[in-house]
Ligand binder design. Structure first.
Ligand code: MG
Length: 181
């Protein structure tokens, strides 16, 4: 079996959204980065948890998944966010730039149609904070048709927790064990 893809979002997963008081978790440290097209004089603040780098590396080193960024940061996830977490250069899904005012223009995550095409018939675990019920239905349907698909949805204010990655490794270990039978 080809290892499932691990599709990894940034905002709301690695960079938590501030709460109503504008606070982010104390576990996260501020970095100022200049995304593509933005002047270094006008950087964007992002909050990252260094533990996420270690936790993700533990997953990546197992070789059980093929990690890929899947975020509106696109290539900047590879060049700006990953290095701040000590991650190697990872590929990214080159998402389109639709003119949308909501992340669910058709009732489901705007990335999904592109991801669905990009994945083809590949198994995948997708971590994103912004799935709707329609996305979960999509994952169930994919799985029912023989393409194992797991969605993991952190709370955007808390971001990724170690338990999410335990869920991931448990799922993927079962998959590869079932495949070996
Ligand atoms: Mg997000």
């Amino acid at each position: 079996m080809r290892p499932p893809y691990l599709l990894l979002d940034v905002d709301g997963v690695l960079v938590p959204f501030p709460d109503e008081h504008g606070s982010t978790p104390a576990t996260h440290a501020r970095h100022d980065v200049a995304p593509t097209g933005r002047s270094t004089d006008d950087p964007v603040a992002v909050w990252l948890n260094p533990d996420h780098g270690h936790l993700l590396m533990d997953v990546i080193r197992t070789g059980l998944v093929t990690p890929v960024w899947c975020t509106s940061w696109r290539q900047d996830a590879t060049t700006l966010i990953g290095p701040l977490l000590g991650l190697p250069t990872l590929p990214y899904v080159d998402l389109p730039r639709p003119q949308i005012t909501t992340s669910h223009p058709n009732g489901y995550l705007w990335k999904r149609d592109h991801v669905d095409t990009w994945l083809g018939d590949a198994a995948a675990v997708w971590i994103d904070d912004d799935f709707t019920a329609l996305d979960h239905a999509w994952a169930r349907e994919r799985t029912a048709h023989g393409t194992a698909t797991l969605l993991i949805q952190p709370d955007p204010h808390d971001g990724l927790q170690s338990g999410h990655l335990t869920e991931l490794t448990t799922w993927v270990s079962r998959l590869s064990a079932a495949d070996a039978v």
